[in-house]
Write a protein that binds this ligand. Structure first.
Ligand SMILES: Cc1cc2nc3c(=O)[nH]c(=O)nc-3n(C[C@H](O)[C@H](O)[C@H](O)COP(=O)(O)OP(=O)(O)OC[C@H]3O[C@@H](n4cnc5c(N)ncnc54)[C@H](O)[C@@H]3O)c2cc1C
Length: 498
């Protein structure tokens, strides 16, 4: 049987050194612009990888051996692009800079025409260019093609986040439908998912009301919800219910009608995804509204996930203490109903706000007490889903930049047999982050996607603020990126001088 060789990108991954010996190492890599520059394999340094259907956990570990200093991750990146990526990553890591930037973006300055244009111009040529795929479906299509040429896939994220009324929900829905339509002109399989934030097609107030009612029913199972569609379990025994302290009023006829409109919007979008044969992944958000997000997601999955083809995916945030129990309950219930259920597993992006709300209400945070517990929970959820897939059930997107989690999942996939999990397992990283990990996983034979937000800059702003929050500080997610780009630039400068 022929052995596969590790191409340059994968060998380059081996150059990355963990910054410390902690179990969590996050790699984020070069700017997305580098997708056009494919790394050339250097034959004399080729290493052997196991066949895709083999059981080679040792070789799988070797994929993430980060000790080799002789290869260079950024060898193929032009110096100018490397400088821009380095500047962007350094900027988002500077706490005072991020604080001022976030203050400016939220301040009244954004309503002063001249000043607003200057701020937006700066953001466009820095963070936006780094983390976003384009202003519209045409520009984004170009970015997807570039990714596809490099062997990666795109998750299309039309960056709409919040809607306040039915009119804006309908407008947003049209944006998502157009996004699905745009995939038809792109290379087959180059788009792995359409991403949806339910908050864009359901008014926030209604999501809160429905979540309150669902929580109350969890406290008191005799509490009748006449409007409720068939769904999967949304809570576990340990799920936090403190957001709803008093018995909520039933939905008014108008609210019931609005909720039905939300179901219809989701049905239309799901049907369009079935037609285009591209799955729809629903993002997870705050625990205050997550019950209604899960409810709507599962109700749609029950209708559209058929045979061996999960079309609608939910998201599990492993930083939540009840994450694993909920994953188990929902996936087992789906099995019983004969529904192929897909889940995206993430750690979670709303940590500071979750803790603040819980403490303001006098409750423990719903988030694991330590990051180690979050890591353990993530890895257990990933392992559980891989085993399920190995047994022919469901599908999973492992959305992470954490190298240790990637390594463990690769090992597990090899133990199960990659051919058994290949089609139903997708690794995913954010566009503009963790390029080395993405390429390493791709070269090891896995399907890998980049989460690609697109849309006019003002729409994408909440997303950019979350990225700024995530990458800020010396110990942030982009530390390794920054160090690697700096090292490579230093090396080039030396080479130019001597
Ligand atoms: C493709 C993709 C899709 C995503 N979709 C969603 C989504 O739908 N919803 C969502 O919320 N997020 C989403 N995210 C973001 C994700 O939740 C994480 O914020 C981000 O990926 C960083 O986590 P990590 O697994 O990459 O690894 P790491 O960088 O190793 O993990 C850091 C994360 O650990 C958690 N953490 C940090 N400190 C602690 C602590 N003391 N206790 C407990 N936990 C701690 C935080 O969540 C932090 O972001 C997505 C990410 C990707 C790549």
């Amino acid at each position: 049987m022929a052995n596969r060789v590790i191409p340059a990108a994968q060998r380059l991954l081996k150059t990355l050194r963990p910054l410390n010996s902690a179990s969590s190492t996050t790699i984020s890599g070069v700017s997305p612009i580098t997708f056009r520059e494919k790394a050339q394999p250097e034959a004399e340094e080729e290493l052997l990888l196991p066949p895709l259907d083999g059981h080679h956990p040792k070789a799988a570990e070797a994929l993430f051996n980060l000790d080799d200093e002789n290869n260079r991750l950024f060898a193929s990146v032009p110096t100018l692009k490397l400088l821009r990526a380095a500047a962007n990553l350094h900027m988002v890591a500077m706490e005072p800079m991020v604080d001022v930037g976030m203050w400016m973006m939220r301040s009244r300055l954004m309503t002063t025409p001249g000043v607003k244009d200057v701020i937006l111009g700066f953001i466009r040529s820095t963070f936006y260019e780094h983390f976003c795929a384009g202003e519209d479906t045409v520009a984004t299509g170009e970015s997807v093609r570039a990714l596809n040429e490099a062997g990666l896939r795109g998750m299309l994220v039309y960056a709409l986040e919040y809607a306040s009324d039915n009119e804006s929900c309908d407008r947003n829905l049209q944006g998502f439908l157009d996004t699905v339509e745009s995939t038809k002109s792109l290379p087959r399989s180059s788009v792995s998912f359409i991403i949806l934030k339910i908050t864009a097609i359901c008014p926030m107030k209604l999501l809160q009301r429905v979540s309150d009612l669902l929580r109350w029913q969890q406290k008191d199972p005799s509490f009748n919800l006449p409007w409720k569609h068939e769904t999967l379990p949304i809570f576990s025994e340990s799920s936090p219910l403190y957001h709803t302290m008093e018995k909520p009023e039933p939905l008014t006829p108008e609210e019931e009608r609005d909720l039905e409109l939300v179901h219809q919007r989701l049905q239309r979008l799901s049907e369009r995804c079935v037609e285009a044969n591209v799955p729809l992944s629903v993002d997870a958000e705050y625990t205050s509204i997550q019950p209604s997000i899960d409810y709507l997601t599962y109700a749609s999955a029950i209708k559209h996930n058929k045979g061996d083809n999960p079309i609608v995916y939910g998201t599990i945030q492993a930083y939540l203490k009840d994450a694993k129990e909920r994953l188990l309950l929902a996936s087992k219930a789906a099995d019983k109903m004969g529904i192929p259920m897909g889940f995206k597993v993430v750690r979670g992006a709303y940590m500071s706000c979750e803790s603040k709300i819980a403490s303001a209400l006098g409750y423990d945070s719903p988030i694991h007490n330590s990051i180690e517990e979050t890591h353990a929970c993530y890895n257990e959820c990933a392992s559980y889903m891989l085993e399920r897939i190995g047994n022919g059930s469901g599908a999973v997107v492992l959305a992470t930049h954490n190298v240790e989690s990637g390594k463990l999942a690769v090992k597990k996939a090899h133990e199960i047999g990659i051919s058994k999990v290949h089609q139903k397992l997708e690794f995913a990283q954010l566009y503009g982050m963790a390029e080395a990990l993405s390429f390493g996983l791709k070269d090891a034979g896995f399907q890998v996607s980049k989460y690609m937000p697109f849309g006019p800059i003002e729409l994408v702003m909440p997303y950019l603020l979350r990225r700024a929050e995530e990458n800020r500080g010396l110990l942030s997610a982009s530390t390794l990126d920054r160090n690697l780009t700096r090292e490579e630039l230093k090396r080039r400068l030396k080479a130019a001088i001597f």
